[in-house]
Write a new protein. Structure first.
Length: 604
């Protein structure tokens, strides 16, 4: 039996065309027909299934090859390298895995790892080199010793690979109970006792911020450190100690009222006039302390100081308005003194206590009697702002400040001609607040050697006024015993030579005993120069005497008054130098052995 190859219809032996579809039928020999096997052609349905099956096979093979490519270790390493170099934390999180079920790798947990690689870029390249080397190895036997390990996972159709990073656990030791520990601002533990240890984790290797926080009754103590969790360590140990102690704070000269403690800019709720010891607080300078007080000029605060010692003394310097009033008072005072000296009357001397007014009037009267004239003009006034502080005394308020006053002028006897020159006076001013008049007045003035800091404010006189006194020479004037030739007795000359140069030696060696033999013990000058030697040693200031002269001398009844001119080089702690000239009047008296010793000093 034959069948049409086109439509499958059965054909008679002698048919030349298919009656069904009309396709021509090829004739074959009988022999070939006999020996050929009869088969039925494929139907359309069969053909469709064969086509679909072929497509499925092709797709399966393609999918297999695609899956094999997508999961290949080469492509995984390429993706990781791109993400690592571009710091694509989202992609890195999808590529990295860990064997620790407690660790979730995401963009947040990768921050410390990325920070570490940025700080140590050689480690980034080492990781890439290590993974590429693992590509050439039998991954299943690659072993440890790598920051990131290329691991193989057997699957049904094809092998799959993953990049594994080992976590790190960290043990943190801290010294105070109830200290809360944070890593990258996330609370991880709280200490249960002093000197406690807590193990926390897991974390990816990297650089993190470790913070300890302790709440006390008055403040919150905090300390922050950067720690590194090394990639090759499974466990890491770190300590974070709050270097804290109880601290005592006082404000110089403040005894009454309310003085609120301010820590790091916040009111700690402590009145240090009632409780001046508090804590614990950090002692590493990271915390700032100040005190806020109520004053006649409103609420004021001391300058903030870093806490670095257990005993702290603060001072109240006042606000800008108070400082301005104090400086203006001193400048006015100086001009009133010059005016009074020139006029011979203290009636216009209004910014001083009655005691100072009387003292100035006495000086004026002495000048009139001895024919001691003066010519002065105030050029500028320099205020040492760091030396200014306000304090309470006898239920009132006072202020102290160091001031350098620069003049042009001279003091001369009635038989001399003035030698106008630059003169500098450096004084410590003490002022008293007059609450009833709402103003400052000068209460006391003391000579000092120099200003204490470089934080100064300078006032220059635009049109300096010249103040001149000209008293007539009295009929009987007591002139110096060594009037014309200024002949100085040997004992006085030896005393001054020993004193001048021994004082320089005492200053430079911080040894007051070197100059003490030339001073009357417990005299005003003895105490003053002892303090001077001590203070200059603390400031690491040295001196060199360039020249000095005895310019005048008066001796009577075992008491000598000695006028000097002195020129010295001042060598500051920073190596800078300055030349200064001084005009002093010394008083000397016979000691118990009959030898002259110096007992007081004042400006000419």
């Amino acid at each position: 039996m034959r069948y049409c190859q086109e439509c499958g219809t059965s054909l008679e032996v002698d048919m030349r065309f298919c009656e069904e579809c009309g396709r021509p039928i090829e004739l074959v020999t009988r022999a070939s027909h006999v020996h050929s096997q009869a088969r039925k052609p494929l139907s359309k349905k069969t053909k469709r299934w064969m086509i679909i099956s072929s497509i499925v096979i092709v797709l399966f093979i393609g999918a297999y090859k695609l899956g094999n490519y997508l999961t290949s270790k080469e492509r995984l390493v390429d993706r990781f390298e791109t993400a690592l170099l571009s710091e694509d934390t989202k992609e890195l999180a999808s590529l990295l895995s860990t064997n620790d079920a407690e660790l979730t790798i995401n963009e947040d947990s990768l921050k410390g790892f990325v920070t570490y690689l940025n700080q140590y870029p050689d480690e980034r390249q080492q990781i890439l080199d290590s993974i590429k080397a693992q590509l050439q190895e039998d991954v299943s036997e690659s072993g440890s010793g790598h920051i990131v390990t290329l691991d193989k996972e057997d699957r049904f159709l094809y092998d799959q690979y993953r990049l594994t990073i080992n976590p790190v656990y960290v043990t943190i030791q801290t010294n105070y109970e109830n200290t809360i520990l944070y890593i990258n601002d996330k609370e991880v533990a709280k200490s249960d006792k002093p000197d406690d240890e807590k193990t926390v984790g897991p974390f990816l290797p990297g650089i993190y911020t470790l913070r300890a926080q302790l709440e006390t009754d008055s403040i919150t103590l905090e300390k922050e450190e950067e720690i590194t969790l090394e990639p090759y360590e499974e466990k890491s140990s770190h300590s974070i100690h709050l270097e804290a102690e109880d601290v005592t704070v006082v404000v110089s000269g403040i005894t009454d009222g309310k003085a609120n403690l301010i820590l790091n800019g916040k009111d700690a709720g402590v009145n240090i006039l009632k409780q001046n010891t508090f804590g614990p607080v950090l002692m590493d300078g990271s915390m700032l302390v100040a005190v806020e007080l109520e004053t006649p000029w409103g609420t004021m605060k001391t300058a903030e100081q870093p806490i670095e010692q257990s005993q702290m003394e603060l001072k109240l310097s006042g606000n800008e308005q108070v400082q301005k009033e104090i400086m203006e008072t001193i400048i006015l005072h100086t001009k009133q003194v010059l005016e009074a000296t020139a006029s011979g009357s203290t009636k216009g001397y209004t910014v001083a206590t009655d005691e100072l007014k009387q003292a100035l009037q006495n000086e004026i009267n002495d000048a009139k009697e001895t024919g001691k004239n003066s010519i002065y003009s105030l050029q500028k006034t320099i205020f040492d702002l760091d030396s200014l502080f306000l304090y309470q005394e006898n239920n009132g308020w006072k202020a102290n400040i160091l001031v350098a006053e620069h003049y042009q002028g001279d003091e001369y006897r009635s038989w001399e001609e003035p030698n106008v020159r630059d003169v500098e006076n450096i004084n410590s001013y003490q002022l008293l607040w007059q609450e009833n008049q709402k103003k400052w007045i000068v209460e006391d003035i003391n000579t000092v050697s120099r200003l204490s800091s470089e934080k100064v404010k300078e006032f220059v006189e635009k049109d300096p006024k010249v103040y001149t006194s000209n008293w007539s020479e009295p009929e009987q004037e007591s002139k110096p015993a060594t009037t014309n030739s200024i002949t100085v007795p040997d004992d006085i000359q030896e005393l001054m030579d020993n004193y001048i140069y021994s004082l320089i030696d005492a200053i430079n060696t911080n040894d007051f005993t070197k100059v003490a033999p030339y001073l009357i013990e417990n005299s005003e000058l003895y105490t003053m120069q002892k303090d001077l030697v001590d203070n200059l040693a603390k400031e690491n200031i040295k001196e060199e005497m360039l020249d000095y002269k005895i310019t005048d001398l008066f001796i009577e009844g075992g008491v000598a008054t000695i006028w000097t001119w002195e020129k010295a080089k001042i060598i500051n702690a920073d190596g800078s130098t300055e030349i200064k000239e001084y005009n002093w009047i010394y008083d000397a008296a016979n000691d118990q052995n009959g030898n002259f010793g110096l007992m007081s000093i004042r400006k000419q």
